[in-house]
Design a protein around this ligand. Structure first.
Ligand code: HEC
Length: 155
């Protein structure tokens, strides 16, 4: 039948166009993806550049700073000695071999002869202080050092 041949041809043609149409759609899909990739790539580059110029956060940790400038006898020095020394070295307490460090003139004499600093830095020049207790912290020793270096004033 001639009609049959025609319909087969028409069918083939239809199939061909359908494929072409699909291919076109597929092709435009690839173009779309390509453009998306390019633009998102550009956007990412820009974001990276902006991030690179961000300043670092400010340094706020002050726990490692030891103030050796604002030191007074009636303030820091007396505070440290009240906690670490006066159980033996104050008033009539005889645990401290009669050395009354709560008396300024006695403390000043031990500051001047070097035994005060020697005892707390535990450099071997005299007995280690505080006796039978943990060594003062580096910061506390630095405060004593700074105060003694300024002539151990009664401020
Ligand atoms: C548990 C008691 C006790 C404490 C606490 C103590 N001391 Fe003493 N300290 C003594 C005794 C006892 C002596 C006498 C020497 C000895 O026996 O080593 C002495 C002696 C000293 C001397 C004289 C050292 C010498 O060669 O003549 C100094 C200075 C001194 N102490 C400073 C301090 C300071 C500063 C502190 C606190 C940071 C302190 N002591 C805490 C018991 C104590």
């Amino acid at each position: 039948m001639p009609g049959e041949g025609n319909s087969t041809k028409l069918g083939k043609l239809k199939k061909y166009f359908k494929l072409l149409f699909m291919a076109k759609r597929e092709f435009s899909f690839y173009i779309f993806c390509l453009l998306l990739a390019v633009f998102s790539g550009c956007y990412k580059d820009k974001a990276d550049t902006v991030a690179a110029y961000n300043p670092p956060p400010p340094h706020t940790d002050t726990s490692s700073i030891c103030d050796t400038v604002n030191i007074t006898f009636t303030g820091e020095i007396t505070n440290i000695m009240t906690i670490n020394c006066f159980s033996c070295h104050a008033g009539t307490a005889d645990l401290g071999a009669g050395i009354q460090l709560d008396d300024y003139s006695t403390l000043k004499a031990y500051s001047d002869n070097g035994l005060l600093l020697s005892s707390i830095t535990q450099d071997g020049g005299t007995s280690f202080m505080p006796k039978d207790a943990a060594k003062l912290s580096d910061c506390e020793i630095s405060k004593f050092e700074a105060w003694i270096n300024r002539g151990a004033p009664q401020n």
